[in-house]
Write a protein that binds this ligand. Structure first.
Ligand code: ARG
Ligand code: ZN
Length: 873
C-alpha cells in the first residue's frame, strides 16, 4: 500500500503535552504514556503502534475496553469518536500502557539494546514501536516529563531530551531520572539512552552569553576517541552563529555514540545519537577522511537543531526540506573549515557516483517524492545530495546575501512549525522579490537534466554567443517534462594564452533553449574556450563538444578550480570509454594529450592544495562511468578498461610518480599531524602509491609493504593495506592481513576497515574470499557496520557482476537473510545490488530479473519488497 503526497490530511487531534514513564527491566520494558489531546478536525483517533503489547487504555482517568471505547487493528489503536466526544474537551488526557522487548529488536528502529546501552532511533517511524502515538511530524508536543527507571549498576546513565529535572534512588538497586524538554517536537525527535557509558565534557558559550554544557558518551573502551567530535561540535556551534546568526537554545547538548546503528546519525533534540563510525577518532584508528566525515556529520546533526527541529516537516514527503537544506549547510561548514575547492569536488564526486545512478534507475524520484510504501527507503542520495544541490541553486540565483535574507524570513515565519518545501521556496521568493514558481519543478520532476551547449564566434564583430539547450529525461511514471530553471555559471578563456576573457557570469536557462551573447572583457586571440557549469552550478549533465586540447587548456588555466578538475575527469572518461570500445583492451593506448596532461599534473609544483592534484589524478569511478557509457554495458569489461588506463598511466609516468612519492614521504622523525595540508600531502602520496602498485609485481608488493610498516597513522596504513589486498598472495600482504587485525586490538571501526579492504580487493576470486570472511568469528549479520563492511562492499565491487552470476546468487541468498533481521538494511542492500540492471548487457539483465522474481516471492518486509518491486517495474 502506497501513501501519496496529494492525500495529505491534517490529524483529527493534536497531542499538546506528553508525560512518559519508561521502566527498563531485563528482557522487557514498560512504557506508560499520558497525552493531552486537542481536537482538530475531530472524529476517531487512530494511534500508530507496531510490535507493542497493549496493557491498558484510559481516557480522562476512565479505563476503556476493547470494543468499548477503542478497537485494535494491525498497527493501529483506534480511540472511538464516541469516547472522545464523551471526554472532557478541555482536559482530554489519554493514557496507555504497553510492554516491549528491546533486546529482541534487531531492526534497530524504536528502543533497542546495543551492547553497553539501550537506545532509540525514532526517525522516521520508530516511535510507534515504543508506544501508541500519532507518529507523524505535524503532531508537535511538549514532552514535559520523561521518567526513566532502570537497574543502577547496569544503566547508571539515563538520558532523554531537554533538561534533567529530577533523579534519585529506587528499591532493589534501581534508580530514576526525569527529563523535560521545553520545546514542542514531533515524535521522531524523541530519544532515550540508558546504559553504562563513559563521557567527556566541555562547554560552549553562545554569542548571547548562554553557557551550554556539552557531553559526549560512548562505551567505556572508546572514551579516548571522542575529542575530535567535541571540537567539531564546538566549531559547528560557532559557525552557525557566524554564517546564519543561529544560536543554540538549551543548556545541554548530549551526543551518544552507539555501535549498532542503521544510518549515520540522528538529530534528536539535545540528544544526538551517532554511529560510532562517525564519532570515534584517534590517529591510529581513523583516516583523514574519517576525521573530515565526522566533522561534517557532527555539523549536520547540530545544524538540524534549526533546520529540522525548530522548523520541521509537515509530512515525510517534505523530507528534503530538512535534509537537503542541512546537507547544504554541512557542506558549507566543511568548506569553511577546510578547503572550499576540494570540498566542492568531493561533493560532486559523491553526487555523480551515488545520485546520478539513482536518478537514472528504477528508484528515480524527485527530491520531494510523490509516493512511498516505506519512507525509510527515501532517505536517499536524491533527497539528501540532490536536495542540497537544489538549495545551492537558490544561493546561486539569489546571491549569498539574498539566500541569507530568505533563510531569515523562513525562520521568522515558521519557527516552531511543521512546514513544506513550498513554504521554504516562498520565503526565498518573498525575501528577494523574485518569482520562483518555475523553480518548483526541481521538486516535481525526477531525472538528471542534460544541458547541451553549442557556441558561435564572430571574429569580425568580436561576438561570442552560447546556446544552451536542456532536456529532462523520462523516468519511471514521469514523461514529457517541462523545462527547469537552471543557473549555468560560465567563463571564457583565451585559446592561446589561457587567460580569462570573461569572468564568472551566471546565465539563467529557463526555456528549452536559449542563446546568450556574451561580452568579453578582453580581445581574444581567436575563438574563446568556454568554461561551462563552473563550480557545478546545477545538478545536470553538461555536454559540449570539447576537443582534448580545449580540455587540457582548461585543466591547466581555468580560474575555476572545479572546472580544472572537471576537465581532467572528462579526459579520463574519454580515455576509459575509448579503451572500453577497443577490441583488444590490453593494448589500448590513451591519447597523447591526456597523457601529457597527467604528466603535467604529477609534476605540478604550483598548486599548493595537494588534494587538488590528487583528485585530478583519480579517474572517474566505475559507478560514474556506467552513467556515461552507452548501454548495454558489460561491467567486467568496463572495469578492465579503467584498469588498463590506470596501468598505462602508472607505467609511462612511473619515474615522475616515484619521484613525487619519495618527495612526499615523511622523514623518520616527522610528527604525524592531522590538519588540512598534512592530510592533503598524505592524500596525494597515497594516490601515487596506488598507481605505483598497479603492476602487482614483487616491486609493488615491497613498496606497499614498506609503506604499511612505516605508516604512522591510519590514513597511510589503510592506503597501503588496501593496495596489499589487491596482491593477496604476496608475503607482504599475508603479513599485513595478520598485523592489521592484531593492531586493531578489538576496535570495531578498525576491524570494519580490515574486512572492507579485503571485500573490495581487485582480485579474481573475490567471492570465495568474501564467503570466507563471513566465517570469521568477528563477522556478524546483526551489526550493520560489520555487515556493510563485507556484504555491501562486495555488492558494489566490479566482481559482483561476474559473468557466471555467482555474485547475483550471493545477493539472492543474503537479502532475505538480512531482511529477517533488519528490513532497512536489507532494502538498501537490494537497491545497491540491482539498481543499475537496465544498463547491463542482456545476459546479466536476464540473470538479475530471475533473481528479482525469486526475491519477490520470498515474503520480504515492506521495505525490501518496495525496492524489489520498483526494480522490476
Ligand atoms: N535524520 C537523520 C540525518 O539525516 C537520518 C535518520 C535516518 N533514519 C532512518 N531510519 N531512515 O541526520
Ligand atoms: Zn539529516
Amino acid at each position: 500500500t502506497e501513501i501519496l503526497r496529494k492525500d495529505y490530511q491534517q490529524p483529527s487531534f493534536f497531542i499538546r503535552e506528553v508525560t512518559l514513564t519508561v521502566r527498563i527491566f531485563d528482557g522487557r520494558t514498560e512504557v506508560a504514556s499520558r497525552m493531552l489531546l486537542e481536537k482538530n478536525t475531530g472524529g476517531s483517533l487512530p494511534l500508530d503502534g507496531e510490535d507493542l503489547k497493549l496493557k491498558k487504555v484510559l481516557l480522562c482517568g476512565k479505563e476503556l475496553k476493547e470494543g468499548e471505547g477503542y478497537t485494535l487493528e494491525k498497527e493501529k489503536l483506534i480511540i472511538s469518536a464516541d469516547a472522545l466526544e464523551a471526554g472532557d474537551s478541555t482536559d482530554l488526557w489519554l493514557e496507555t500502557e504497553v510492554e516491549i522487548e528491546p533486546e529482541k529488536n534487531t531492526q534497530l528502529s524504536g528502543l533497542y539494546f546495543s551492547g553497553s546501552m539501550y537506545c532509540t532511533q525514532m526517525e522516521a517511524e520508530g516511535f510507534r514501536r515504543f508506544t501508541y502515538y500519532l507518529d507523524r511530524p505535524d503532531v508537535m508536543a511538549k514532552f514535559t516529563s520523561v521518567r526513566l527507571e532502570a537497574d543502577e549498576s547496569k544503566c547508571p546513565i539515563l538520558l532523554s531530551n531537554g533538561n534533567r529535572i529530577d533523579s534519585g534512588k529506587l528499591e532493589e538497586g534501581r534508580h530514576f531520572a526525569v527529563w523535560s524538554d521545553p520545546f514542542a517536537k514531533p515524535s521522531y525527535l524523541f530519544a532515550v539512552v540508558a546504559g553504562d557509558l563513559a563521557s567527556i565534557q566541555d562547554k560552549f558559550i553562545t554569542k548571547s552569553g548562554r553557557e551550554v554544557h556539552l557531553e559526549i558518551f560512548a562505551a567505556k573502551e572508546d572514551k579516548d576517541q571522542l575529542w575530535h567530535a567535541m571540537r567539531s561540535l564546538q566549531n559547528s556551534m560557532k559557525w552557525d552563529e557566524e554564517r546564519f546568526g543561529l544560536e543554540y537554545d538549551l543548556d545541554i547538548y548530549n551526543i551518544v555514540a552507539v555501535k549498532d546503528f542503521n544510518m549515520g546519525a540522528m538529530e534528536n533534540k539535545s540528544l544526538n545519537v551517532f554511529n560510532t563510525s562517525l564519532t570515534l577518532a584517534r590517529e591510529d584508528t581513523a583516516t583523514d577522511d574519517d576525521y573530515e566525515r565526522i566533522e561534517g556529520v557532527i555539523g549536520h546533526e547540530y545544524f538540524h537543531n534549526w533546520t529540522g527541529n525548530r522548523v520541521t516537516c509537515r509530512d515525510w514527503f517534505q523530507l528534503t526540506l530538512k535534509e537537503g537544506l542541512t546537507v547544504y549547510r554541512d557542506q558549507e561548514f566543511s568548506a569553511d573549515m577546510g578547503s572550499r575547492a576540494r570540498k566542492r569536488i568531493e561533493d560532486v564526486r559523491i553526487l555523480r557516483a551515488a545520485q546520478f545512478p539513482e536518478d537514472n534507475g528504477p528508484m528515480s524520484h524527485p527530491i520531494r517524492p510523490e509516493k512511498y510504501a516505506a519512507i525509510d527507503n527515501f532517505y536517499t542520495a536524491t533527497v539528501y545530495n540532490k536536495g542540497a544541490e537544489v538549495i545551492r541553486m537558490y544561493e546561486t540565483l539569489l546571491g549569498r546575501d539574498g539566500f541569507r535574507k530568505g533563510m531569515d524570513l523562513y525562520f521568522e515565519r515558521h519557527d516552531g512549525n511543521a512546514v513544506t518545501c513550498d513554504d521554504f521556496r516562498s520565503a526565498m521568493q518573498d525575501a528577494n522579490g523574485r518569482d520562483l514558481s518555475q523553480f518548483e519543478r526541481w521538486y516535481l520532476q525526477a531525472g538528471t537534466p542534460t544541458v547541451t551547449a553549442t557556441d558561435a564566434w564572430d571574429a569580425e564583430t568580436g561576438t561570442y554567443s552560447l546556446t544552451l539547450k536542456q532536456t529532462v529525461p523520462d523516468t519511471p511514471g514521469q514523461m514529457d517534462k517541462l523545462p527547469m530553471q537552471i543557473p549555468v555559471r560560465v567563463g571564457l578563456l583565451d585559446r592561446e594564452s589561457g587567460k580569462e576573457l570573461m569572468r564568472d557570469t551566471v546565465l539563467e536557462l529557463c526555456e528549452e533553449s536559449k542563446t546568450f551573447e556574451l561580452k568579453l572583457d578582453e580581445t581574444p586571440s581567436g575563438r574563446p574556450v568556454p568554461s561551462l557549469l563552473r563550480g557545478f552550478s546545477a545538478p545536470v549533465k553538461l555536454e559540449y563538444d570539447y576537443s582534448d586540447e580545449d580540455l587540457s587548456l582548461l585543466a591547466g588555466f581555468d580560474t575555476d578550480s572545479f572546472n580544472r578538475w572537471e576537465s581532467m575527469q572528462r579526459l579520463g572518461s574519454k580515455a576509459v570509454l575509448d579503451a572500453f570500445k577497443t577490441e583488444d583492451i590490453d593494448s589500448f593506448q590513451p591519447d597523447a594529450t591526456f597523457m601529457d596532461a597527467m604528466k603535467r599534473i604529477v609534476q605540478d609544483k604550483v598548486t599548493d592544495d595537494l588534494s587538488l592534484i590528487a583528485y585530478a589524478l583519480i579517474l572517474p569511478t566505475e559507478s560514474t562511468l556506467m552513467q556515461q557509457a552507452k548501454p548495454p554495458i558489460d561491467p567486467t569489461r568496463l572495469h578492465e578498461a579503467r584498469n588498463r588506463v590506470r596501468k598505462v598511466i602508472a607505467t609511462e609516468l612511473e619515474d615522475d610518480m616515484r619521484k613525487r612519492y619519495d618527495e612526499l614521504t615523511p622523514k623518520d622523525d616527522e610528527k604525524y599531524v592531522i590538519d588540512g595540508p598534512s592530510s592533503s600531502q598524505r592524500r596525494l602520496r597515497n594516490v601515487l602509491l596506488a598507481y605505483l602498485c598497479t603492476s602487482g609485481d614483487a616491486k609493488a608488493a615491497e613498496l606497499c609493504g614498506k609503506h604499511f610498516k612505516t605508516a604512522k597513522g591510519m590514513t597511510d596504513k589503510l592506503a597501503a593495506f588496501s593496495c596489499l589486498c589487491n596482491i593477496p598472495d604476496s608475503q607482504e600482504a599475508k603479513e599485513a592481513i595478520e598485523q592489521f587485525l592484531a593492531d586493531a586490538n578489538g576496535d570495531a571501526n578498525v576491524i570494519d576497515k580490515w574486512f572492507a579492504s579485503q571485500a573490495r580487493a581487485d582480485v579474481d576470486d573475490l567471492l570465495p574470499r568474501v564467503k570466507k570472511l563471513m566465517e570469521h568469528p568477528e563477522f556478524s549479520l546483526k551489526n550493520p557496520n560489520r555487515l556493510r563492511s563485507v556484504v555491501s562492499v562486495f555488492i558494489s565491487s566490479p566482481q559482483f557482476h561476474l559473468p557466471d552470476g555467482s555474485g547475483y546468487d550471493f545477493a539472492l541468498e543474503m537479502i532475505p537473510k538480512v531482511d529477517a533481521l533488519n528490513p532497512q538494511v536489507a532494502a538498501r542492500m537490494a537497491n545497491g545490488a540491482f539498481r543499475t540492471w537496465r544498463l547491463l548487457d542482456e545476459k546479466r539483465q536476464k540473470m538479475i530479473l530471475d533473481r528479482l522474481a525469486d526475491l519477490s516471492k520470498a515474503g520480504l518486509s515492506k521495505d525490501a519488497a518496495e525496492i524489489v518491486s520498483k526494480m522490476q517495474a
